[in-house]
Ligand binder design. Sequence first.
Ligand SMILES: [Zn+2]
Length: 486
Amino acid sequence: MKVFNTLSGQKEEFLPQGDVVRMYVCGVTPYDDCHIGHAMSYIIFDVIKRYLQFRGYKVKYVQNITDIDDKIIDRANQLGISARELAEKFTDRYFADMDALSISRVDIYPRATEEIPKIIEIVQGLIDKGYAYPVQGSVYFRVRKVADYGKLSHRSLDSMMAGEGVLGGGEKESPMDFVLWKAAKPGEPSWESPWGQGRPGWHIECSAMSLKYLGNTLDIHGGGQDLVFPHHENEIAQSESFTGTKPFVKYWLHNGLVQLGEDKMSKSLGNLITVKEALGKYSADAIRIFILGSHYRSPLTYSEEGLEAAEKGADRLRQAVWTIVEGAKAERGVDVESYRSKFIEAMDDDFNTAQAVANLFDLARDINRLRDEGYTVIHGQQGLVELAGILGLTLKVPEEPPIDIESLQQLLLSINKWRLEADLKEIPIDEIPDDVEALMELITSTRSALRDKKQWQYADKIRERLVKLNIALEDTVRGIVWKRKR
Ligand SMILES: [Zn+2]
């Protein structure tokens, strides 16, 4: 099995330290709703975890929650609530979004605010070894002391310094030094430390949580490509300097970023699509197929057309799994083994999910063809369910949104008076039905009668009111039929 390692810049044979793969992925800063960029990263690492398990590894997967940060403090101040309250609210929403995307829970979700002792221990250790220095209640990392700084992002310290310009570093010894511990500002949440009241910097949190829960060397560290520098570069510098153990991480895996048109999808550009918005229009399976349909290291351009195509693809897979022919002929073998080995071949090659997804569509096409010829294809269907599961696809038929019966009853009552104009008798209140089918029968027949009497404006109003209740009317050869909208 080969994985592309950002550290070496090439595909390498995947050789974890032991039977348990130690995996860490940078988690969220819970100050707002998750967007498709989050979905992409966490879906990809969920699939990597599922695939490793399928290949026989145990996986210990840790994902942090950065529940104290400038962004959290600013947003909480705007809303007039505490930072803790805000972080808790959006942490809950993060879990709800991830569950809705069928992302399986990881083993440990440490929170920065609950790991302060470990963070202080590492910062103090770095000071003791000369890698860090306190200034006026803050502590900075001395980047110059790390000879191989820049090895992950493949840049030299001098080129980074040039990029920074000649601006001084304020209280820092050097402009490239980064903060490990921030002295408290008035009114901000803070913790006691040997350097006074303060709070941790972002980079040190990930070092502390990964070292604490996974040991000095991780097998896989993941995150978006935007985290390579400075975040992951700094994690390496902190962790290797503190433990004296190299490497901190054997395989660095980075996913490409989501774009909208030509632009990166980002909060600052205001072009975010939230997970909730996407799930309002498309099933979780469709979102996963869309994301997994290109290579995880490539940028992904979000498009409605792409997601609609993915939904159609998801429907084809569902149809292959859920349609069973009554009284079918004997089982006709779909060559599941050959599909399974092609799937493994694709995934073993740096998680080529695009190829793996294409392979599932081929298998579904075989199943659908044989079934249409009247054969049972249970073996093929079981194979498809298993392989789809490795990509986290449930193949469940999406639930239709519930229809609000009370609103339908109210609609029928309010159109009752129009029935007289169409020479129909009014429906007495005590005869208003309480099931959807009967209500829709009366509403659509009322509408037809109004149309027959050329009362178009009333007929149109009924259609509009039904749309608001997520019901669409469609003209078909069998007359008007109604459908729930997704
Ligand atoms: Zn991190």
